[in-house]
Design a protein around this ligand. Structure first.
Ligand SMILES: C[S@@+](CC[C@H](N)C(=O)[O-])C[C@H]1O[C@@H](n2cnc3c(N)ncnc32)[C@H](O)[C@@H]1O
Length: 705
């Protein structure tokens, strides 16, 4: 992943032109160009003006190859691992149809590679290509310095594979981001996993690569021996990023959130070197990003589909070249053929669905309350039921005590909403449940979460949403935050907490599956977890049930803790004994009563949006204190993507939450990642939890040096 060598069968372009400006020696190359900005000019076969320059920056003589050096808009191109400017971007540099004559394509050889192998002002003093854990950032800062030396204050960026990762850092770093007008990245990855480590190890020996690929790279790097050495170092470097407790697998996770230039993420759907999930992830985390997928593309889309690639990149650069910001967001898929560029039109809003949405929500909660779904389930499973797999209106009536005509109207609404199916049998309506309703809306089902819909969504938030207009305008609510609400109204605390329980229990089991390190015992042999804003204790209960010897502390407001204790008391003794509670407000960071460095995991599920944004940093600081070195913070919540466009459910939940906590933060991963890293946590990773609804952020407290 993240490098052009992982896929040994990768088809390389045959236009590796690096040797044109280097004299080959037995161990590699010696420089032809020594002084700052030495230039040699070539008119290649296309008639385009391509020059090579040596530029001194950060004590190294870097080689750049530039197409159209006098064009007004510079585009800095960063190659993949063990690639060079000319080997990786020969199409952009030399094709007749590239990205347009307004752009000056500047392809850089990274330090220690290709033509950038010598220190400035020192005869034949070689630069060793090493891979410290911050090498992506170092490459980014090198590249920015080169552009400065070339006189470019502002430019666009294009990065492939490892070069994409460095491009992200360049566009995110506080010292360099102002220079970046827009960015195109493809084939890059955001993080390293154990699977990546295995894959890299399997390709450490260059004899495992295809001969063509090995020979191409050997030609660039001065022979097989040096190539093997470089590949050993690169492989160790990538693996170190995974193993190091500071980076913790973070290639550019935290940096993504700091990128604020318009970004085009391109990816080949069939890329096995860097899977499409990285591109999807990156496009969601960069606030102003759009993702375009080439369905048949692999890792080398810029070579295999050069024409389409140039069109897409050229169009994007043209739209962003005057640095007027544009909003790009809709993921698009383009045809695999070069003539098939087609983009989806933006969907139009379903205004009537939105306007009538409250009616559907109410239909669902009333149907739950009067037991319509349970009735259909019971009747259709009854042995003496003459209507196979369903229930008639009269049969439902025997369970739901409401007048027939009104029940019929309610059933019609539910059928229209697809909550219930209708068919006609012997002239009579027969109602049945679609799979989702049977699973989620019938009380006896394991995945039932109707309590939450009725007890929280309908009884509490539906009512509060009536005041949203006032709250948005003035910040006034019927109670000021959860603390005041639940202190004043213990019944509300009880109802809210009970309603949450079932749904959160299921999510708690889901979390254990998602984060196997919680349950496998290797990382945390006697897991100790602090569950801040733990509510009913659902996540802790799920953990204590599933993880032998796990010990969980549930922290919440006093009236909530009373309910949690009731719920815990119903657990088996061996589970109950490993659950304890603390009644405390997490919104008061100064009044923290938790022992330092006593937990492996601090969980905050649906809490970050429940307290005022002013208190959030203090809460994360306390979470950091509570963790042992190597321990992790797990934040689960409704996050709106950094670009503020959705997911819809998260965006609507955030709005609803304003009616309880008007001083709360509109949660976006980037904002939370920033707060976590400011409070000392490292390697933050964001991923989906409940698809389209909630996300998870995991970050680690570094181990002691
Ligand atoms: C939506 S519930 C989530 C409960 C639980 N974490 C779960 O996911 O099931 C939010 C919880 O945050 C708690 N909470 C809100 N403000 C709090 C505060 N200042 N201190 C402690 N807990 C708080 C609420 O009482 C409530 O239990």
């Amino acid at each position: 992943m993240m490098n052009s060598i992982r896929n040994a069968s990768l088809q390389l372009t045959n236009r590796c032109l690096i040797t044109r400006n280097c004299q080959k020696k037995d161990d590699g190359y010696v420089r032809l160009f020594r002084s700052f900005c030495t230039t040699t000019s070539t008119n290649n076969k296309t008639g385009k003006n391509v020059v090579e320059k040596t530029v001194s920056a950060n004590g190294i003589d870097f080689q750049v190859t530039i197409r159209n050096p006098d064009a007004p808009y510079p585009l800095l191109c960063l190659p993949g691992a063990l690639g060079t400017g000319t080997s990786d971007f020969s199409n952009l540099l030399y094709d007749n149809e590239s990205v347009g004559d307004d752009f000056s394509v500047i392809a850089l050889d990274m330090r220690g590679l290709g033509g950038s192998q010598y220190k400035s002002n020192a005869e034949n003093d070689r630069v060793h290509r090493d891979y410290p854990t911050n090498f992506y950032i170092r490459d980014a800062l090198d590249a920015a310095k080169v552009m400065k030396a070339l006189g470019h204050e502002r430019y666009s960026l294009l990065g492939w594979s490892d070069g994409a990762n460095s491009a992200v850092h360049l566009a995110a770093h506080p010292d360099t981001k102002a220079a970046v007008n827009s960015m195109v990245i493809f084939g890059g990855g955001a993080y390293v996993s154990q699977d990546d480590v295995k894959a890299w190890e399997s390709l450490r020996d260059i004899n495992s690569w295809s001969k063509t690929h090995r020979d191409e790279k050997a030609k660039i790097h001065g022979g097989l021996e040096r190539l093997q050495m470089l590949n050993n170092d690169a492989t160790d470097g990538w693996i170190n990023i995974f193993q190091d407790s500071e980076t913790n697998g973070d290639i550019c996770l935290a940096a993504l959130h700091q990128v604020d230039c318009p970004t085009l993420v391109l990816h080949g759907k069939k890329d096995v070197v860097c899977e499409i999930k990285h591109a999807t992830y990156i496009a969601r985390q960069i606030p102003d990003a759009t993702l375009t997928v080439l369905p048949d593309g692999k890792h080398n889309i810029h070579q295999r589909y050069a024409t389409v690639f140039h069109e897409l990149v050229g169009e994007f650069l043209e739209q962003t070249m005057d640095s007027s910001r544009m909003t790009l967001s809709t993921p698009t898929t383009v045809g695999s053929g070069e003539d098939e560029v087609s983009k989806k039109n933006d969907d139009q809003p379903a205004i009537d669905d939105i306007a009538y949405g409250f009616m559907g929500s109410k239909a669902l909660s009333v149907a739950l309350k009067i037991g319509v779904f349970d009735a259909i389930d019971v009747v259709s499973k009854g042995e003496d039921n003459a209507v196979e797999g369903g229930a008639t209106l009269n049969q439902i009536l025997t369970h739901c005590k409401v007048p027939k005509e009104r029940l019929r109207t309610l059933l019609s609404a539910c059928v229209a909403l697809k909550l219930i199916n209708r068919r006609v049998l012997r002239g009579e309506d027969v109602f049945s449940l679609p799979e989702a309703s049977a699973e989620q809306l019938v009380k006896s089902s394991k995945r039932y979460w109707g309590d939450y819909i009725v007890g929280q969504v309908d009884a509490q938030f539906y009512v509060r949403m009536k005041d949203l207009d006032t709250t948005i305008l003035t910040g006034d609510t019927s109670s000021d935050g959860y603390e005041a609400w639940f202190d004043k109204d213990p019944d509300a605390a009880k109802r809210y907490t009970q309603a949450q329980h079932n749904g959160s229990l299921a999510t708690g089991y889901g979390l254990l599956k998602r984060l196997p390190e919680l349950s496998q015992g290797e990382k945390y042999p006697n897991l100790r977890m602090l569950d801040i804003g733990g509510g009913s204790g659902a996540f802790s209960i799920a953990t204590a049930r599933k993880v032998k010897d796990a010990d969980c502390v549930i922290l919440d407001l006093p009236n909530v803790i009373k309910v949690a204790e009731e719920i815990i008391s119903k657990e088996d003794e061996q589970v109950r004994n490993r659950l304890s509670t603390v009644a405390l407000s997490a919104a008061d960071p100064g009044n923290w009563m938790i022992e330092d460095e006593s937990f492996d995991v601090v969980l905050m599920s649906y809490v970050s949006g429940s307290i005022s944004s002013d208190a959030l940093s203090g809460l994360y600081q306390n979470a950091f204190r509570a963790l042992r070195p190597g321990g992790m913070v797990v934040i689960h919540d409704f996050f709106v993507d950094n670009n503020g466009e959705g997911p819809k459910k998260a965006a609507l939940w955030a709005l609803t939450h304003v009616t309880v906590n008007p001083e709360g933060m509109g949660l976006r991963p980037g904002r939370i990642v920033k707060l976590l890293t400011e409070n000392g946590l490292v390697g933050p990773k964001v991923e989906d939890m409940i698809p389209g609804t909630t996300q998870l952020i995991v970050a680690t407290k570094p181990k002691l040096a």
